[in-house]
Design a protein around this ligand. Structure first.
Ligand code: SAM
Length: 228
């Protein structure tokens, strides 16, 4: 799976790309993440990428030229056309179903906004999938792009050590509800015991207990999921 990230702050990804599951996936060539600085497609001698909004108001807007031309040039770097995804609060809210859809594409181009976002003509021309990570505002699309990469790579075969560990995650295909309660050693902590059924090794009973635990948690913490 190939990700191309278009950003004005590529340095923000340096720590992220060199840690944990993503680092291993990159080392094993299961995933690649290429960073592209939108400023490289600036069209004047000052390398400007943003300007004041027409109509007035605070902040700056990313100009259409550098953004559109960056995407067009990056598309040409691989024979597989990438699905263009723009991180924006106006987008479709990210949930596990959307993550599953995104993971069906072998290549994603992630466009990270800054300031007041992209000029509307970038959206009109590129027709990206607009994706929001929630009803709140963060400073730039980079953290949102990392959320997309982090959630999508979990579904790429070979990334998780045990494929089943993703299948039973909350919201996932094997379990559209919340995941069941988990326990590890010690058996007793501050007077709280691990449920006996998890210690006895009867897999049918364990599966039934987990199903019930998942339902109970969902009823209590996310009853909205039961109606989906
Ligand atoms: N003025 C814009 C608005 O009200 O929609 C917010 C711009 S925000 C400060 C700058 C950039 O951060 C956006 O262009 C987008 O790329 C990113 N961003 C902010 N919140 C986001 C969210 N909830 N989901 C995805 N991206 C977000």
């Amino acid at each position: 799976m190939r990700f191309d990230v278009l950003t004005l702050f590529p340095e923000m990804f340096s720590g992220y790309l060199t840690q944990s599951l993503l680092k291993l996936a990159i080392e094993r060539s299961i995933v690649s993440v290429d960073l592209h600085n939108i400023r490289d497609w600036a069209q004047d001698k000052h390398h400007s990428v943003d300007d004041r909004p027409y109509g007035g108001g605070p902040g700056m807007v990313i100009m259409p030229g550098p953004a559109v031309e960056a995407v067009e040039a990056v598309q040409k770097l691989d024979v597989t056309p990438g699905r263009v995804v723009m991180l924006t609060p106006q987008g479709r809210p990210l949930n596990q179903r959307l993550v599953e859809e995104l993971a069906t594409h072998p290549r994603l181009l992630l466009m990270c906004g800054r300031y007041e976002g992209f000029d509307q003509r970038v959206i009109d021309i590129l027709e990206p999938e607009e994706v929001s990570i929630g009803d709140f505002i963060i400073n730039g699309g980079e953290v949102a792009a990392m959320v997309v990469i982090d959630s999508v790579i979990r579904l790429v075969p070979g990334v998780l050590g045990d494929e089943d560990s993703g299948r039973y995650d909350s919201f996932s295909t094997g379990n559209r509800l919340l995941e069941f309660a988990q326990y590890t050693r010690p058996r007793e902590y501050r007077g709280l015991q691990v449920p006996e059924v998890l210690l006895a090794g009867d897999h049918q009973k364990i599966a039934k207990w987990r199903e019930e635990s998942s339902l109970q948690r969902t009823r209590k913490q996310r009853p909205d999921l039961l109606n989906e």
